[in-house]
Design a protein around this ligand. Structure first.
Ligand SMILES: O=c1[nH]c(=O)c2nc[nH]c2[nH]1
Ligand SMILES: [Zn+2]
Length: 440
């Protein structure tokens, strides 16, 4: 199942192939269709038999923090208290490269064992911890867009930098990592609350010098945060304007949360072709608010989804999709009822568009990389029972979002390379050189 078009504008966006096949060559999809037909057309192809499960495009998480994997679950606080008491003390520990490497491994494992194949990752405030992250990411084969987080006020001294250092360290990281293997760079001021105009200008200088890097930050997440930003930037029209004036907004800009965004800001986000990364579990856990999805879409703002680990509650994009659905239900008249096709789109293709990678990933179209997650619930599990009795593909997809967890992720590929296999599903036992006799 995949969504090669946008279900918010196309009622037939969900494509389902029962007993389908994908021909993969050099990591890319070169043909697709009915399995029996493909088997006749390509008799020499090695077959990976994925019956008994559902194959989806790999999930694309467009907002997630690498230093926060070990503090997931700090419930009971609003954003600014949670940052002070839980998050920033942990982020300061990444001054140690040894600690940072262990955290990076935990983080990357969390992504791939949940079926996430591409992520836009908030890095560390420490340059060396960002190097460590990219080194470890290269080992896993995941696609990562990541950057050094920069701030020069309101956090803790050891996490602050200067505009000059932000520029020089950012430049060195871009030159070392951007476009190397599956890594890309994102210029990442933490949020305007912790950034002077000088830091935002340093970020803009990097983006001017390297026009194909990405930009990401937070926006309009929490009412107290929004008020403080207003006081800190008296010359700006609103929160978005603090980034806009610095020249940071464009097609590759992803702004996380956007819960309390005004109509003026939405109009400007659309005009700049920015993406809002909706993080429903984080918004629920930190009590930030209910994301106005309908207003974003009506204004023409592109929306993707992120887990926001560790404000969010885990790496599962299935859980995130379900929470997005819940929040729209809770909004009543103001909400947008979401179908399983919307949830799949938000978890996959919408993320590819946010990263301007829609020509390479996000669906199973011919020419795309084979980035995929095979969901196969353990035999005897509740989800297994539900899927065995589902009467339509839409029911199957809804059940995956409502019940699916990490335990249901059996195999994951990026560019045709297997990056995760659950115990018992390691490649060789289901790959056969000769086509098996089909068993109905
Ligand atoms: O959810 C969030 N997590 C963070 O780490 C953060 N920093 C600034 N604003 C933030 N919001
Ligand atoms: Zn965040």
């Amino acid at each position: 199942m995949h969504t090669p078009s946008n279900p918010f504008t196309d009622d037939d966006a969900l494509h389902v192939q029962e007993d389908g096949g994908l021909l993969v060559d050099g990591g890319k999809i070169t043909a697709s269709g009915d399995f029996a037909t493909l088997r006749t057309e390509y008799p020499e192809a090695t077959i990976t038999d994925l019956r008994g499960g559902v194959l989806l495009p790999g999930f694309i998480d467009t907002h997630v923090h690498y230093p926060q994997v070990r503090i997931i679950g700090g419930l009971g606080m609003p954003l600014l208290d949670w940052l002070d008491h839980v998050t920033l003390p942990e982020e300061a520990r990444l001054s140690s490269d040894t600690y940072a490497r262990a955290v990076a491994r935990d983080f990357l494992h969390g992504l791939r064992c949940n079926g996430t194949t591409t992520a836009l990752v908030f890095g560390s405030h420490y340059r060396s911890a960002v190097d460590v992250f990219f080194e470890e990411a290269a080992q896993t084969g995941l696609r990562t867009v990541a950057g050094q987080v920069v701030s020069d006020r309101m956090l803790r001294d050891e996490l602050h930098t200067t505009p000059e250092l932000a520029y020089s360290e950012g430049k060195a990281l871009i030159e070392r990592w951007h476009g190397v293997g599956r890594a890309r760079y994102a210029v990442t001021p933490r949020f305007s609350l912790s950034a002077s105009e000088g830091i935002l200008d340093a970020c803009a200088a990097l983006m001017h010098e390297f026009p194909d890097v990405h930009f990401t930050s937070h926006i309009n997440e929490n009412v107290r945060e929004v008020q403080t930003v207003k006081e800190l930037f008296p010359g700006s029209l609103d929160y978005l304007d603090t980034y806009d004036r610095a020249g940071l907004l464009g097609r590759r800009s992803v702004l996380a949360h956007s819960v309390h965004t005004t109509d003026r800001e939405l109009g400007q986000m659309a005009a700049h072709h920015c993406t809002a990364a909706h993080c429903p579990c984080s918004n629920s856990a930190l009590g930030s608010g209910l994301f106005p999805l309908k207003r974003h879409l009506n204004a023409g703002v592109h929306v993707s989804m992120g887990t926001d680990v560790g404000g969010g509650t885990g790496f599962s994009m299935l859980k995130e999709g379900l929470q997005a659905y819940f929040m729209q239900q809770l909004l009543g008249e103001g909400g947008l009822p979401l179908t399983p096709a919307h949830l799949l789109y938000l978890s996959t293709r919408a993320g590819a568009q946010a990263l301007d990678m829609q020509d390479q990933i996000g669906d199973f179209g011919v020419g795309k990389a084979f980035d995929a997650v095979w969901l196969r619930p353990p035999e005897g599990s509740t989800l297994d029972a539900i899927l065995n009795h589902a009467t339509s593909s839409s029911e199957t997809l809804a059940a995956l979002f409502a019940n699916g967890t990490q335990a249901d992720v059996a195999r994951v590929w990026v560019g045709g390379d297997e990056v995760f296999a659950r115990a018992g599903f390691k490649g060789s036992e289901v790959v056969q050189k000769q086509p098996p006799e089909l068993v109905s």
